[in-house]
Design a protein around this ligand. Structure first.
Ligand SMILES: [Fe+2]
Ligand SMILES: [Fe+2]
Length: 274
């Protein structure tokens, strides 16, 4: 079991967001803004999956998971809150969130489905966020330094995603979730997540008037497929999920531990909600 601390982030989310807050780079800004748009609805689904998965456990199993589940819910609820404030600024910049209503519509299909499917979807998404988080922490300079507050927000979120990457996976296994469904959901979630990310990033760039600029495409090619590219470096850890004996804890968490140890002045630990 993992000890999960809920942290209140000491950043001012009232201050407006600059159009190209990420190092003046239109592509990276549009991509991160797109991801932020997906969090309030996505993280609520993860919370519901974990909460209901916990309720479905036998009483002695519940004791084993209780503290971790509370920590998970507290962390994701805090992420949701801060990303909602972030997203409100994006709306003021004229960016339309089409990801959220699409995800909401799709998630309606999950009503009444076995909780292991909810957890299979959540575990797959959590693997995605954990490998993305590790990438962000190890390449923090690519967030630029024009907005220290947003940089801190992304790194704090990344550190906690890496910290709680096992919770949904362990609940899935504790409830007897199968290997076959686990990888089936990963295949489906990969397609859905990549398509949604692409669609919202393109929409953000269109609204911003930067979609057809050469610099945007150059940045996209380098950020995604360069030597230090997101796709280049996350492909291998993504693929490991398909191993039968895979467990999220097998993947490196040192970048998260280091960031949390080195940046304690930007957050205060709080008790997890009951
Ligand atoms: Fe999160
Ligand atoms: Fe998460």
């Amino acid at each position: 079991m993992t000890d999960l601390v809920v942290r209140r982030l000491l950043v001012d989310m009232e201050k407006p967001i600059e159009r190209h807050w990420c190092a003046g780079d239109a592509f990276r800004t549009a991509l991160f803004d797109a991801l932020s748009m997906s969090f309030p609805v996505g993280e609520q689904f993860f919370i519901d999956s974990v909460r209901n998965g916990f309720k479905a456990l036998a009483p002695d199993e519940q004791e084993r998971f209780r503290a971790e589940v509370q920590g998970f819910i507290g962390q994701e609820a805090t992420h949701r809150r801060l990303h909602s404030l972030y997203n409100a600024h994006l709306l003021k910049l004229g960016l339309k969130n089409e990801w959220e209503p699409r995800a909401r519509e799709r998630l309606k299909m999950m009503e009444g489905q076995d909780i292991r499917h909810w957890l299979g979807i959540t575990a797959a998404n959590e693997h995605f966020t954990a490998i993305l988080a590790d990438f962000m922490l190890k390449n923090a300079d690519l967030l630029g330094d024009r907005d220290e507050r947003l940089k801190t927000l992304w790194l704090w979120h990344s550190a906690e995603e890496s910290e709680h990457k096992s919770t949904a996976f362990d609940l899935y296994e504790a409830l007897g979730g199968s290997y076959e469904w686990r990888v089936t959901w990963m295949k489906r979630i990969t397609t859905i997540f990549l398509m949604d990310t692409l669609r919202q990033t393109v929409l953000n760039l269109k609204s911003d008037g930067t979609l057809w600029k050469w610099s945007t495409w150059k940045s996209a090619a380098s950020y995604l497929f360069g030597k230090r590219g997101l796709v280049t470096l996350t492909y291998k850890p993504w693929r490991e999920y398909f191993r039968r004996d895979f467990h999220p804890r097998q993947q490196d968490s040192t970048a998260s531990e280091k960031w949390l140890a080195d940046n304690s002045e930007v957050f205060t630990p709080v008790g997890a909600p009951a």
